[in-house]
Design a protein around this ligand. Structure first.
Ligand code: PTJ
Length: 266
């Protein structure tokens, strides 16, 4: 049984180098206490869906990213919710996104422990983030509509937010936040998940690809008029985007099946 992280050398020319490096990053942060054991399993589920998508940001996801950028820019009080996997994979770029959109950052964990909150806070602080909500018990309040430990939110953060960005979410919180009248943006490679189906905007893409693209969109739209941004946000239809995603996956699988049939594997 290993109790410390042992770095594995990934050959740069390995055909799956990027994916293996992402795994290494998660495993490293599993041992640092940032990522929970279930976080490793959750990533595996994400990887499986990413395979079906061809491991690229497809057109409907790009539309969702554009709507997310516009919505973040017009929000009155946007908050970005960080869990273990998000901190391990994209801490630096999430901080850049928060700075560009004037969003607050709150640590909010499903497998909550104060120890993990502190380790994640330390990681974010090391990457340059000054103000981190969700850790100080003095500002803690409960959202009764949520049954999991995610119900504990910061009075200065998610509690006040009109828009909450909750990447890699686990289910009932999205529905509760939407019920409370908040806009919810999520990133989830599984277009069928409850979170994906109930968010205001669902970006079906790998978070490692999404955040840099979201930053690019925010930079592009930042100086546009509010009317223009509102138009992008208002004309966005999440159900249509999710349907398009499912259609794309089905189409890709059909094509792959035809290729396999041609090789007479069946
Ligand atoms: O750090 P904690 O304690 O808050 O726990 C975080 C996890 C992710 C373990 C927790 O929120 C959880 O259990 O989530 P679920 O229910 O497994 O849902 C996570 C969703 O994110 C799944 O639908 C995955 O397909 C998806 N996912 C996993 N990795 C990625 C991803 N989506 C985008 N990019 C990824 N890299």
């Amino acid at each position: 049984m290993f109790t410390t992280f042992k770095k594995h050398k990934i050959p740069v020319n390995h055909p799956r180098a990027e994916s293996l490096l992402t795994r290494e990053q998660l495993i490293k942060h599993f041992f640092s206490g940032v990522v929970t054991s279930a976080g490793l399993i959750a990533h595996g589920r994400g990887e499986a869906f990413d395979y079906l998508l061809g491991e690229k940001t497809v057109a409907p996801a790009k539309k969702a990213i554009r709507a997310a950028a516009a919505s973040l820019l017009i929000a009155n009080y946007p908050v970005i919710s960080i869990n273990g996997n998000v901190a391990a994979l994209v801490a630096k770029s999430i901080i850049e996104l928060a700075q560009l959109t004037n969003a607050k950052v709150e640590v909010n964990l499903f497998y909550r422990s104060h120890q993990r909150e502190l380790v994640i806070k330390k990681l974010l602080a090391k990457e340059g983030l000054k103000e981190i909500y969700g850790v100080d018990r003095a500002y803690r309040t409960k959202i009764p509509e949520i049954s999991s430990d995610r119900r504990w939110v910061d009075l200065r953060g998610i509690y006040l937010a009109d828009l909450v960005f909750v990447p890699l979410e686990d289910g009932d919180r999205t529905q509760a936040l939407v019920k409370l009248g908040k806009k919810v943006i999520t990133v989830d490679l599984n277009p069928l998940s409850r979170t994906a189906q109930s968010a205001t905007i669902t970006i079906v893409d790998n978070i490692t690809r999404t955040i840099p693209k979201l930053i690019d969109q925010v930079r592009l739209l930042k100086n546009r008029k509010r009317d223009y941004l509102e138009h992008i946000a208002n004309e966005y239809n999440n159900q249509q985007i999710l349907n398009d995603m499912i259609y794309l996956i089905t189409k890709r699988l059909n094509r792959l099946t035809q290729q396999v049939k041609k090789k007479n594997v069946f």
